[in-house]
Design a protein around this ligand. Sequence first.
Ligand code: BTN
Length: 332
Amino acid sequence: MYAINSNTLDFQLLRVLSDGKIHTYKTLSSKLNCTSLSVFQSIQVALNYGIEISLINGFGVFWSRPFVWINEGAINTFLKDQKIFFNLTKFNLLDSTNSYLIRNKSVYLKHGTIPVIVSELQTKGRGTSNRNWFSNLGGCLTFSILWQYKHKIQHLPSLGLVVGVSLIRVFRNLALTSVHLKWPNDLLYKNKKFGGILIECNTNEQISTAVIIGIGVNFKLSSNLASLVDYAVTDLYEITGYMLDRNQILALFLIELRHVLNTFENYGFHVFRNEWQSYHIYQGQNIVLRLPNRLNVEGIVDGVQDDGSLTLITSSGRKNFNVGEISLRAKS
Ligand code: BTN
């Protein structure tokens, strides 16, 4: 019998239930080699995680709308001949895919392929400005890649901008024409955020720069998640009306990311500038920036620079603002 941890999700149980059929406690306990009580307890944990398992009183359970799991085989199928470029590792549960790569960077450095870490669920997902990044099981895509540059890169913030370009390209190719970027790299639909990018690197490295690029995209948020953040959120289900395949989207992201990051390394940000600006929801608009010293600056957005800074035309002239603890909002 395997021990059930009363707080952690039982992924074995969920995988059995994802056939959508009715299962009795008895058959589940024998399949999973545990007691019916353990099965019952695991189901309570899953319910607490917002997984919609239906109980048939005293008899059994079924999961009527199971999600499609992240699956390496499926991702590789979508990657087709490009799968050789990536070294994919999938976890059920991690604190954070970025934190995992930070801890295990040395294991992955020097490999010829691009390490990709994807987790079904993160328990301590991290966002920009030391915020949390919340996600629910099956409803989000959370992954990180380790990208190694041959040379020390100059402008890390503009790297974040080109990552945003790659994600928007994927969505627009799927006919989601109304998705936009908000400087520096939030993914927006109608002023609601549905994805974000967290770039981390060790700036002490002299020869090469290994950059960890973490991406989180909401596919179908559980109702309680929206209340945990202080900004408007949405998900791809609300945008499109259906559940997109996370395996396919991950594969499309990886193909585009590799292409864009190579181009960025060879030619710099300027080849992306016009495209980035065309995706920016606030291009040419009057906005307010809140600076780290809590001062507000008002101005019209006049684009971005090679170092990733945002240019505003303010009452005291044209000014550039660096990516930092700055928050941007439309002028009301
Ligand atoms: C943001 O605040 O907009 C950035 C969110 C980045 C979230 C992703 S999810 C995968 C990776 N792991 C993390 O802990 N964070 C990033």
